[in-house]
Design a protein around this ligand. Structure first.
Ligand SMILES: C[S@@+](CC[C@H](N)C(=O)[O-])C[C@H]1O[C@@H](n2cnc3c(N)ncnc32)[C@H](O)[C@@H]1O
Length: 242
């Protein structure tokens, strides 16, 4: 007797905000799959990724919410990993039933995404995994504002503001163009660092890219105050941003 065919695990990047930015392939898989997992930081709290793609899912009854606390919100790495393992177990059960399961994620699945950890657990269990790219938030920032991220021989660094400040200083020294993600983690420090380097007019901050409440900030004093979690900073040393 041959073993029953297992389902495929798909990771789909839904882009940063505009529902029209998902790929044709992602829209097709979203509608034809058996289960769509929407990861949420807190059960019952609406998932931003789901809000972006829900218009692409005809049968909303197949949507399954799953709790994924975020690294920065939890001091206990082992608690976090236990939760991810349990989620991977639950997903594996669905796949063993032959169901095709989609995990949706904001932006691109391979850029600072919880999806990548779940994917690693499932790959170790010999599960077929297909990852579909999405538009990363920082790429859409450049597109929305008609600002090139890199030109010619320039370099581009992508950092998270949760990295140690010494690492961020070294990156600011080394590159012409720097994207700072999760910037709300320490934006006041970054504003002061830009001023200290004479770069207070060499940045643009965009919050809630592609959403109705998108905000573009070029004022260094605004960068010092509280900003939304969905904010990305672009620093360009050799380009007129302001
Ligand atoms: C956990 S990371 C997810 C990154 C995502 N996978 C991507 O490709 O953009 C969250 C960070 O991504 C950035 N981000 C994601 N969506 C955004 C949006 N709509 N507007 C601004 N920044 C966004 C912010 O820097 C935020 O703190």
């Amino acid at each position: 007797m041959t073993a029953a065919k297992k389902g495929i695990f798909y990771g789909i990047g839904v882009g940063p905000g505009d529902p029209d930015l998902i790929t044709v392939k992602a829209a097709r898989v979203l509608d034809s799959c058996d289960v769509v997992i929407t990861p949420t930081k807190k059960m019952g709290k609406p998932s931003i990724a789901f809000e972006i793609v829900k218009s692409h899912i005809t049968d909303l009854s197949k949507v399954l919410e799953m709790n994924f606390p975020m690294i920065s919100l939890s001091a206990e790495r082992d608690v976090l990993e236990k939760q991810w393992q349990e989620n991977a177990d639950e997903i594996e059960l669905l796949l063993n039933e032959g169901k095709n399961v989609v995990f949706i994620t904001l932006g691109d699945p391979m850029v600072f995404s919880t999806y990548s950890y779940v994917m690693e657990y499932l790959l170790k269990r010999n599960i077929e995994v297909v990852t579909l790219s999405g538009v990363p938030s920082f790429c859409n920032l450049g597109a929305q504002l008609n600002i090139p991220l890199t030109q010619g021989e320039e370099s581009l660094a992508i950092v998270a503001m949760t990295q140690p400040v010494e690492e961020i200083r070294a990156i600011l020294d080394a590159h012409q163009n720097i994207v700072v993600m999760k910037v709300s983690a320490n934006n006041a420090w970054m504003a002061q660092e830009l001023e200290a380097r004479g770069l207070e007019k060499s940045f643009v901050l965009v919050s809630n890219i592609g959403m109705a409440n998108q905000q573009v900030v070029r004022d260094i004093d605004v960068l010092k105050a509280k900003i939304p979690y969905l904010s990305t900073l672009l620093i360009k040393k050799n380009y007129p941003l302001q």
